[in-house]
Structure formats: C-alpha cells, structure tokens
Design a protein around this ligand. Structure first.
Ligand SMILES: Cc1cc2nc3c(=O)[nH]c(=O)nc-3n(C[C@H](O)[C@H](O)[C@H](O)COP(=O)(O)OP(=O)(O)OC[C@H]3O[C@@H](n4cnc5c(N)ncnc54)[C@H](O)[C@@H]3O)c2cc1C
Length: 324
C-alpha cells in the first residue's frame, strides 16, 4: 500500500512543481547530489577518489513543452562539457520523456542524438534509462536508430517485465543495465511477486554475463550481489565484463566495500531542482527511507511547505480505504 501511495505521490504534478521552488528538502539531499552542475562535479570527484565511477542524471519529470525539453537537453550538454573539462570518470543517464518523448518522437530523437553525438566526441557513454511500460517500445526505437550511427549508447532491462528475456536477447550486443523495475505495472505485462522478479533478474544477469557485451548490475540487494560474485567466480568471468551500480546515497558502505574488493562500481548520481518524483519513487521502493524524511522534518523548521503538503496528502491517502 505504501508503495502505491508513494508512486501516486511521485506522479502529482502540483507537489512536483511546488518542490522545485524550495530546493532539496525532506531528506532528498541525502540521495540527490546537488541542484547544480558545480555541486554535482564535486560529488563525482569525491566518489572517483574512492575508485567509483558515476552515471549522471539531470532530474526532470512532466515535460510536455518543447521549451522544457530543449532546456533539459542544454543542461545535459553542459554536464557533458563539465565531465570533459574536469576529466572526471562519469557518463550520462537520461530519460527519453525529459527530452520530449511525450511531445513528438522525432523531436525527442533529435535531442537525444545531439547529446549522444556530443558525448561521442569525448568518448562518453550515454545510457537511455527505461521508464514505464507505455514508453518501452519508443525508447527501444530510439536505441535502434541511434545505434546505427553511434556505439556509445545503451539501455536498461527491467526484470519485472514478462518480455525482458526477449529484449535482453535482442539487445545482447549493447552495454545493458539490469534492474528490477521502479514503476507500477499491470500483471498483464509484469511480474508482481518479489520472488518472481528476483528470479528473473538473476536469470537475465547470468545470461547477459555469459552472452552479452557489458553488464551493469544495478541493485541494492545484497542477495543478488552475493549471487553474482559467486557466479562470476565459478564461470571465470573477468571483472572488466561487468560492474555493480547503486544509487547515490544508498548503502554507501557497501558501495565502498565493493569498489575496494576490486569490482568495477558505478554510482548513479541524480542532480537538479526537479528532485521530487525521483525521491518519491525511492520512498516507494523502500519505505524505511522515510527515516530520511523524519530526520529532516524534525530537525529543520524550514521544510514546512513541502513537508506539510506531502504530509497532508499522505495522511489523506492513508485514512482512505485502499483504492484499486
Ligand atoms: C543504478 C540504478 C539505476 C536504475 N535505473 C532504473 C531504470 O532505468 N528504470 C527503472 O525502472 N528502474 C531503475 N532503477 C530502480 C530499480 O528498478 C529498483 O526499483 C530499485 O533499485 C530497487 O530495487 P533493488 O534491486 O535495489 O532491491 P530491493 O528489492 O528494493 O531490495 C532488496 C533487499 O535489499 C536490501 N536493501 C535494499 N535497499 C537497501 C538499503 N538502502 N539499505 C539496506 N538494505 C537495503 C533489503 O534487504 C531489501 O529487502 C535503478 C536502480 C539503480 C540502483
């Protein structure tokens, strides 16, 4: 129930625009690297100093106007320039909807192409993050078109989708990130049960490690991580064929530990003013992250506007009967 609640909060446009005006609040600063590029480069340098590479995500939700998509594209181009100028070990993650996928496919393709082209000039990889089921096919279409011109592009396979096995086979020659999947999906298209999702994730990881190009195993789940460690050892899979990925601010000690054990490790570094939807999805995955919120709400008086708005919404939903 809490998962549904936070997913619906993440889709609330009013709270999303309200949050943008107030900077990082409610504990979001623990999981979002900064609101601007300078702060983000500082965070990347700190992680690089521990042997951890980064993938940078310019946060953004609800992009329905061309000007907003163009602004997001410019910001991502600026990030690419900053990565190059500062010579940090980082690449780009982007969400096609932020670049206009909901406005016009070809407009979005041109935006993403410009980003991939600029990144390619500097040898920087670009990952197309995967969003909800409705965006899956057009996102793969983007990948198909871009990969005809560039090889510095890859994507994500979400293990909760029933079609994930077909997709991973089709895209085996790409650098792929394998995740469980973060959105609410129907049982017609996605496994609902955690055990089934975990089992599928393991199958997909093993298959891609044995048959694919480069595998990014993106999870905070120690059971899956331990399983992968065993699997690569048993099958003599070298460390340069895969990496572990986690989100910025999560399981920090485990991130450092894996890097110090000699595994390639990459931290997903989200930044920007549009942090609200991302933060709500993290709360949906792990309501214990509410600790972050509680600490902030009780420690600081300044969080009131967003805190009260979200709190009222949460309470309202909690007191209602469970909806379908
Ligand atoms: C780098 C990265 C990129 C991603 N990109 C995408 C994407 O493009 N599209 C998409 O749909 N989703 C993406 N996701 C989100 C992903 O789909 C999952 O929703 C998210 O990672 C939660 O699942 P999990 O695998 O981490 O494990 P969970 O199933 O959330 O957790 C499994 C177990 O791990 C332990 N655990 C988890 N978190 C913690 C913690 N913080 N502290 C202590 N123990 C913990 C707990 O025991 C928990 O029961 C991404 C995730 C990562 C890490």
């Amino acid at each position: 129930m809490l998962k549904d609640l936070f997913i619906s909060l993440s889709q609330n446009q009013f709270l999303n625009s309200a949050a943008k005006k107030y900077g990082l609040k409610m504990g979001a600063q623990s999981v979002v690297a900064g609101t601007n590029i300078e702060e983000t480069i500082r965070s990347i340098k700190e992680l690089n100093a521990h042997g951890i590479s980064c993938t940078v995500d310019n946060l953004g939700e609800f992009v329905f106007k061309k000007e907003e998509a163009t602004e997001a594209k410019e910001q991502i181009l600026n990030v690419i320039e900053a990565i190059h100028e500062n010579q940090v070990d980082a690449h780009i993650s982007l969400k096609p909807t932020q670049l206009g996928l909901d406005i016009d496919y070809h407009f979005c393709l041109n935006n993403v192409r410009e980003i991939v082209h600029r990144a390619n000039n500097y040898g920087i990889f670009v990952n197309l993050d995967m969003e909800d089921y409705g965006h899956l096919n057009p996102s793969f279409d983007l990948l198909d078109e871009l990969s005809r011109e560039y090889d510095n592009v890859g994507t994500v396979i979400q293990a909760y989708f029933l079609r994930a096995e077909d997709d991973i086979q089709k895209y085996k020659n790409f650098r792929l990130r394998i995740v469980k999947g973060a959105y609410k999906e129907s049982e017609e298209v996605a496994y609902q049960d955690k055990k089934a999702i975990d089992a599928n994730m393991i199958n997909l990881i093993e298959w891609h490690l044995l048959n694919g190009k480069f595998t990014s195993i993106a999870t905070h789940d120690h059971n899956i991580i331990n399983h992968v460690k065993e699997f690569v050892k048993r099958n003599d899979i070298p460390n340069d064929k895969f990496e572990f990925q986690m989100l910025y601010g999560f399981r920090k000690e485990m991130q450092l530990q894996l890097a110090s054990e000699g595994y390639n490790f990459c931290t997903y570094v989200p930044f920007g003013k549009d942090w609200y939807g991302y933060f709500m999805r993290r709360l949906a995955e792990r309501p214990q992250n509410l600790n972050l919120v509680a600490k902030q709400v009780f420690n600081k008086k300044t969080n009131t506007v967003i805190g009260v708005a979200a709190g009222a919404f949460i309470l309202g939903r909690l007191t209602k009967k469970k909806s379908k």
